[in-house]
Design a protein. Structure first.
Length: 357
């Protein structure tokens, strides 16, 4: 059986990676020297990005080629969407059917475990250092980009404002563009009558001239703005998936629901490559009873692909705990009072990472 849950949609795209928060649990007399933990169940957190492109025609687009020799311009107002990329993160959530107790023998040297906030096992007798996200969600504001938002009316010459026809206005605007270009060239070559006093002042003047030229040019070419959005989905795989529709994508609407026939289907495929043998109920019960000590996951593996229109959007081999099995570490490993064993796990999968004696 498989389940799909849409967690969020139409979110501004930000490169967020949450740091795993952990807590320390000590095995003391008050809790009978036992610490409760859960093994994770694999969920696939799917992140899909797309871009909204808004195009607006300039009032003088018909004269762009005549006066500026520009052919590729916006001739009408319209909006369309572009598909970006898809990523998948293997995320473990506590499996209520796989909850165990780490039992320590009384007198063991200061036994403790590090658990995630939702009870997934990270380490035993060892500190846990989660990966820190070093990416920044803020970007420096470039002064030249800020200047590009200059009010167009502030750079329009009086002659243009007084022109009686659109043709005349376009002609005046084009002349102003060429005048700005000439002024910039004269400053750069040192031919201007009044040069800026220093390099910093020259840089600022050049930026202002570029912004003025861009604002006037947009009267001919129009504007194109791009806004990035994303949608997130969660899939809990219990078996192979064959061309399951994850969502649909429309050039007019962006990402839409899987049952919205107005969009092109985006398919999810999942094929197990390593899978523990299926046990009958009696064998499974016997295996469960035989597990002793610290129980951990031995995940299976699956090839996961996402496609649209026959194009591969994503492909990877991912560990899937549902396709694996459980094993146990012998309790005797933790009875050395002088040199406690340190054990590290992957909290996302519950798999054994390292044992240090």
């Amino acid at each position: 059986m498989k389940y799909y849950f849409i967690i969020a949609s139409l979110l501004l795209t930000l490169p967020l990676v949450a740091q795993t928060k952990v807590v320390q649990k000590n095995a003391v007399k008050a809790n009978d020297f036992g610490i409760t933990y859960s093994l994770p169940r694999t969920t696939l957190a799917i992140h899909a990005e797309f871009t909204k492109v808004t195009c607006k025609a300039g009032p003088y687009y018909q004269y762009a080629e005549k006066y500026l020799n520009i052919k590729d311009v916006n001739t009408d107002d319209h909006v369309y969407y572009e598909f970006g990329k898809v990523t998948i993160q293997n995320k473990g959530v506590p499996n209520p059917d796989k909850t165990y107790i780490v039992s320590f023998k009384q007198g063991t040297s200061a036994p403790y475990c590090m658990l995630t906030e939702d009870g997934l096992l990270c380490t035993i007798n060892a500190p846990y250092e989660a990966a820190v996200d070093t990416s920044s969600n803020t970007s420096a504001k470039d002064s030249s980009k800020a200047m590009a938002n200059i009010n167009k009316s502030s750079v329009l010459p009086e002659e243009l404002l007084m022109a009686g026809s659109t043709t005349k206005q376009a002609e005046v605007a084009a002349k102003q563009i060429y005048h700005i270009r000439e002024s910039r060239l004269n400053i750069l070559t040192g031919d201007a009558d009044n040069l800026p006093p220093d390099g910093k002042a020259m840089e600022l003047v050049i930026q202002q001239l570029q912004a003025q030229e861009a604002a006037l040019t947009e009267l001919f070419t129009g504007t194109t703005t791009r806004e990035q959005f994303s949608s997130d989905f969660t899939v809990v795989p219990d078996s192979d998936l064959n061309n399951d529709i994850l969502f649909r994508f429309s050039k007019r609407l962006g990402i839409v629901a899987a049952d919205d026939l107005g969009g092109t289907p985006v398919y999810l495929n999942l094929k197990a490559t390593e899978k523990a043998p299926t046990l009958d109920p009696k064998e499974a019960e016997k295996k469960e009873k035989s597990l002793k000590g610290i129980i951990y996951n031995v995940p299976g593996k699956a090839n996961v692909t996402i496609t649209m229109d026959g194009k591969m959007l994503y492909a990877a081999e991912i560990q899937i705990t549902q396709f694996g099995s459980q094993e146990g570490l012998a309790p005797v490993m933790f009875e050395d009072k002088k040199a406690p064993v340190k054990v590290y796990f992957y909290p996302e999968t519950g798999a054994l990472k390292q044992i240090i004696q």
